[in-house]
Every structure is written in structure tokens, then in C-alpha cells.
Design a protein around this ligand. Structure first.
Ligand SMILES: [Zn+2]
Ligand SMILES: [Zn+2]
Length: 483
């Protein structure tokens, strides 16, 4: 398993992910997706959207606003319950999560050894005096305050007046935008149960201890589905969605041994949930949540009906009665999924006694699909042909042209950002005084580093095949090319 520092460094070096406002020293846990990162993340979101919405008859999409009526957060329970218990140090003013105080190393000035300073592992006592931690774990001197509940929502003001009436919040989850639009979607689209509403959007949580690169940040993007079902069919639908979502990640290249399902214990369940299963990924810091799939029951629709005074139910034609649907919620993180695909794709190999770094992305997720490389950049006909080919390929796939290094270097560069195929234009392609043009180009496969030589006229058709994962068949047809 690759360590996170390598991923962070590759991401910065090759334009995937930068720290936000880096020239000002950076902000706490906010990240910017660079030119290749935005392509990768867009591809992840697009794959999710197509599989969750466009390819299903029982799903529709939504894009709700981030700022909502503040009553939404009263009804949802976020105002009262979306809190962490916090303590402050009276000396150094640092703030800690009360329930995580024993997790990290603590500083101790030991009286048994003339006040010497020790760093003691979290949860352990001092070996010299036997004392447990009671003071601030960071400075070792300050008393801690009693725990206070700290709400994780970002507070802001709507309109020009900063008074209590204008207080509103940046949404901490996209789900509520779906619940408050339940009736709008039901009526306008004439939906029949069971059906789902999907949404991709930013959410904000004022986490006290963000970290692990983009895994936990204060601003993040969710890919959420609220799937409404007849009460009584909820358990069956929940299991279907767990299976469906668990199969989704390997479809785009995640190795099966790197994901697992984890069932929530009864005491761990959110107040609205009947059952929750997490899909976990083996990140460099250990198994961590990639997606949660919860049975939210009829909690949210009932709450919003009560707080808004508007009925949020469904008329069951068969039984001629109104019902409040149950909700199954597969809730995935776009940033976490992107990070998992990056980590999972990372490989270091030895090729002719040189290190090769390769991102083994699924072709659909790769930020760049094709790189067109001229073998000689001083040959005008080669450059002209390569430029034209790039323009043709660009009409359908994100492709680049690069002539800024030797061919070996150019291949390594594309391997490192996960470009599945390189197309090379050489002297034979365009011909010279000695021999006529053969109108063929070589295609190199990132994973096997094998090459084939194919007619330029067939390139677009072949690229469709290669994008569908049919390298081996294509090699059979054209034979391996050795230069
Ligand atoms: Zn302190
Ligand atoms: Zn001690």
C-alpha cells in the first residue's frame, strides 16, 4: 500500500490536487483540484451520475441550492444534534474533541523526575509517576474546560443585516435538499414508488480535526441518492442498494480486496436510521468510510411535513390510501471516491532497471485518454500530422499533444498521470525521400507497454474498442509492433 505522502506529492507535482490558498500559507483542510484533478473528479461524478440516474428508469436528478431556509435544519435535527463535545485549554486555548482526548500523544511534565517533559502515547499513564492525563494534551500545563456542544454547521447571514433573524447555514448534507423537494418531484414527474432522487453537490462541516488529505475536509462534495419505497419493502430495497453500490467501485477498477462492508452497531446508528452499512476502503491510514448506505425510515419526510405544515406523502392507488414512504440513502463522497481511485491506481514498477510510476486508472476515469507524441519535433510533416490527429481525437475524448521531451520521457510522464494510450507519429507515418508514407501510427498501451501499428484512418474506431478494454483482441488483429 502506497503511503499518503507519495500520493499528496504526486498530486501536487502533476496538477491533480493543490492545497487551497497555498501562497498565503494554506487554509485548514481545503483543497483545490488542478487541471488533471478536475478531469478525474468530473469523470468519477459522471460515471456515478450515468449509472445512478441516466441508466435507470426509477431515478431522476436534482440540483438544490446550498443555502436553505433555516427551519430545514431544525426539522432535520442538525441544529440540535449535529454537534461534537468540545473542551478548551485555559492556557494555550487549543480546542479538542472531548471524545478523542485519549487518541493522541500527550505532553506531561513529571514531578517524579524534577519536572522533565515526556511525550506519552494516548491512553497510557506516565511510567515514572503513574499519572494519567488530566491537563491539556498539547501544552501539558493548562486545565481543560468542561465539555461543551459545538455545532458543526457553518453559520452565515442571508441578506445585508447580520441579526438573529438573518442567520442561515451552509448545508451539512445534500440530502435535505432532496427531502424538501419530494413533493415537487413527485408531482412534476408523476413518479410512482419505488423511485429515487439523486444529487451531486457541495456540503460543509466545520470539522475540528480534519485530515488525511482530501479524506476529511471542511468543504466536500457528496453524491447522494434518496430512494423512496413502500413501507415494508424497505429492508429488501436496502439490501439491494448495498449490493449495487458495493459492486460499483470494482466496476471502475477498485481492487476487490481493498473494499469491505461494515455494518453499524446498534449504538452507532444515527437517530433516524434503522440500519446502516458502510462501504470501507483500505486507505493508507487504514480502513475508512467511502460510502454509507442507510435506511432512514420515514423520519425525514415526517419531520419536514410537521415543521412545514405541508403534507409529504404518497397516494397508494392500489390500497386507496396515503402512505409516507421509507427512504434508503446511499451517500457517497466524490472526494473520497476520487482519492480511493487514485490510491488504488498507484503502482511503482521496475522497467529496464528504472523506476516507473504508473496510475492504472480505468480508461473512463483517466483524466487524459490519449496523448499524441511526435517522434521528431523538427520534422514539420510529423508535427502537422500529430497536431491534426490530436484535434480529431479531442472531438470525442480528452487528448493532449506533447513534444517537450524525448519519447521515453513522454511515455513516463503519461504513465504517471494514468493516460491509457499514447499515439506516436514517426517518419514512416509521413514518409520521406527514401520511402513513401505508410499512413500508420503506433498505439502504446499504458499497462502492458505493448505497441501496435495501425492505419490512421482506423484510429477512431479502434479507440472506441480500446476504451472498452479490448487491448488484447486488438493486439491479436494487428500483431505486436516492435520498434
Ligand atoms: Zn494547552
Ligand atoms: Zn510522571
Amino acid at each position: 500500500m502506497v503511503d499518503m505522502d507519495k500520493i499528496v506529492s504526486l498530486c501536487k507535482r502533476r496538477g491533480f490536487i493543490f492545497q487551497s490558498s497555498e501562497i498565503y500559507g494554506g487554509t485548514g483542510s481545503c483543497w483545490d483540484y488542478g487541471p488533471l484533478g478536475v478531469e478525474l473528479k468530473n469523470n468519477v461524478k459522471h460515471a456515478w451520475w450515468r449509472d445512478s440516474v441516466q441508466n435507470r428508469a426509477d431515478m431522476v436528478g436534482l440540483d438544490a441550492s446550498i443555502l436553505m431556509h433555516p427551519r430545514v435544519w431544525k426539522a432535520s435535527g442538525h441544529l440540535d444534534h449535529f454537534t461534537d463535545p468540545m473542551v478548551d485549554c485555559r492556557a494555550c486555548k487549543k480546542r479538542f474533541r472531548a471524545d478523542k482526548l485519549e487518541d493522541d500523544v500527550w505532553v506531561h511534565y513529571c514531578e517524579a523526575t524534577k519536572g522533565n517533559k515526556f511525550n506519552i502515547p494516548g491512553g497510557e499513564a506516565c511510567k515514572h509517576c503513574g499519572a494519567n492525563r488530566t491537563l491539556c494534551p498539547a501544552c501539558g500545563k493548562g486545565e481543560l474546560t468542561e465539555p461543551r456542544q459545538f455545532n458543526l454547521m457553518f453559520k452565515t447571514f442571508m441578506g445585508p443585516v447580520e441579526d438573529d433573524a438573518a442567520v442561515t447555514y451552509l448545508r451539512p448534507e445534500t440530502a435535505q435538499g432532496i427531502f424538501v423537494n419530494f413533493d415537487n418531484v413527485l408531482q412534476s414527474m408523476r413518479m410512482k414508488l419505488p423511485f429515487g432522487i439523486a444529487q451531486i453537490g457541495k456540503s460543509f462541516r466545520n470539522e475540528i480535526t480534519p485530515g488525511n488529505f482530501t479524506f476529511r475536509s471542511r468543504e466536500f462534495e457528496q453524491m447522494e441518492i434518496e430512494f423512496f419505497v413502500m413501507p415494508g419493502t424497505d429492508e429488501e430495497w436496502h439490501q439491494k442498494w448495498i449490493d449495487e453500490r458495493f459492486a460499483w467501485y470494482p466496476k471502475y477498477g477498485i481492487h476487490k480486496e481493498n473494499i469491505r462492508l461494515r455494518e453499524h452497531e446498534k449504538d452507532e446508528l444515527a437517530h433516524y436510521a434503522k440500519r446502516t452499512a458502510d462501504i470501507e476502503y483500505l486507505f493508507p491510514m487504514g480502513w475508512s468510510e467511502l460510502e454509507g448506505i442507510a435506511n432512514r425510515t420515514d423520519f425525514d419526510l415526517k419531520q419536514h411535513a410537521q415543521f412545514s405544515g405541508r403534507a409529504l406523502d404518497y397516494f397508494d392507488e392500489e390500497r386507496k390510501q396515503k402512505v409516507v414512504p421509507f427512504v434508503i440513502e446511499p451517500s457517497a463522497g466524490a472526494d473520497r471516491a476520487t482519492l480511493a481511485f487514485l490510491v488504488d491506481a498507484y503502482r511503482e514498477e521496475e522497467v529496464r532497471s528504472e523506476k516507473r510510476v504508473v496510475l492504472n486508472f480505468h480508461p473512463e476515469l483517466a483524466p487524459i485518454k490519449f496523448a499524441v507524441l511526435p517522434l521528431l519535433k523538427k520534422n514539420d510533416r510529423i508535427v502537422e500530422t500529430a497536431t491534426r490527429l490530436t484535434a480529431d481525437l479531442r472531438k470525442r475524448w480528452h487528448s493532449v499533444y506533447d513534444d517537450t521531451a524525448s519519447i521515453g520521457r513522454l511515455y513516463r510522464r503519461q504513465d504517471e498521470v494514468g493516460t491509457p494510450f499514447c499515439v506516436t507519429v514517426d517518419v514512416q507515418t509521413v514518409g520521406d525521400e527514401k520511402s513513401p508514407a505508410d499512413e500508420k501510427v503506433t498505439i502504446r498501451d499504458r499497462n502492458t507497454m505493448q505497441q501496435i501499428r495501425v492505419p490512421m484512418s482506423a484510429l477512431e474506431t479502434l479507440m472506441d474498442r480500446l476504451m472498452a478494454g479490448k487491448w488484447a483482441n486488438t493486439v491479436q488483429e494487428f500483431g505486436l509492433f516492435k520498434d
